[in-house]
Design a protein around this ligand. Structure first.
Ligand code: DX5
Ligand code: ZN
Length: 221
């Protein structure tokens, strides 16, 4: 069943010179999750932040830290992010040769486990995994950068995953990430997504705008 809509601002679009204050601002503005994009310059063509920064940010909010790992090979970094205060750790199916084992590793550390599907990754990637997952993340852009255009074909993937998750009878977040704005958010929700990542759309306008941006993404206004 589709859960209440949660908004996960991606701090990739925040002011990196003021990350602590930015996290406090989105917390106050009503963010549900704090989406932390971790990139290694290898799995994706960009380098962002690591476990050290994640740990430094942890005291600034009690909201759920939704850590999106775009690093490969990923296994040797998972414990660092668990210790840094991640609540949900999501890996890409292509980032580990044994994704089932990686999910067990995340869970063994007491964290919620997610897998992420690139735009070209088929829905069947979740076969044999759904029973162990807490989140499925559909990438609606190719991972690596904020501010890209939404890839329309991913709405069908969200709808198909909605059916599979509902059939499983389990509570699994269905998150969509990339190009989510005031126009694409309602369409992603209609397709079945219940967690919306939004970088550009949250942080545009500066701190005074965050609350209105988040409300509008959620579909409240
Ligand atoms: C892309 C990241 C996204 C990105 C979203 O690789 O996973 O979280 O920051 O940015 P927007 O919302 O600007 O498309
Ligand atoms: Zn992300």
């Amino acid at each position: 069943m589709q859960q209440p809509i949660r908004i996960a601002p991606s701090i990739l679009s925040a002011d990196f010179a003021n990350l602590g204050e930015e996290i406090r601002a989105i917390d106050r503005a009503g963010a549900d999750y704090v989406h932390i994009d971790v990139m290694d310059g290898h799995f994706v063509p960009n380098i962002t932040i690591g476990a050290g920064v994640t740990k430094a940010l942890r005291p600034h909010s009690k909201k759920i830290f939704d850590v999106h790992l775009m690093i490969s090979p990923v296994d040797s970094f998972i414990e660092d992010f668990a210790k840094a205060g991640a609540d949900i750790i999501t890996v890409h199916v292509e980032a580990t040769p044994h994704v089932h084992r990686t999910i067990q590793l995340i869970k063994s550390l007491g964290k919620k486990a997610g897998i992420s599907l690139n735009p070209s990754t088929p829905v069947s990637a979740v076969d044999y995994l759904l029973d162990d997952l807490d989140m499925v993340l559909v990438m609606s852009v190719n991972p690596g950068f904020g501010g890209q255009s939404f890839i329309e074909s991913q709405l069908g993937k969200v709808a198909e995953l909605r059916r599979r998750i509902d059939d499983s009878g389990r509570t699994i977040d269905l998150e969509i990430d990339g190009g989510i704005n005031f126009e694409t958010a309602p369409r992603a929700i209609a397709a079945g997504a219940d967690v919306l990542v939004a970088g550009t759309a949250t942080f545009t306008g500066g701190p005074d705008a965050y609350e209105a941006n988040i409300r509008r993404l959620r579909g409240v206004d």
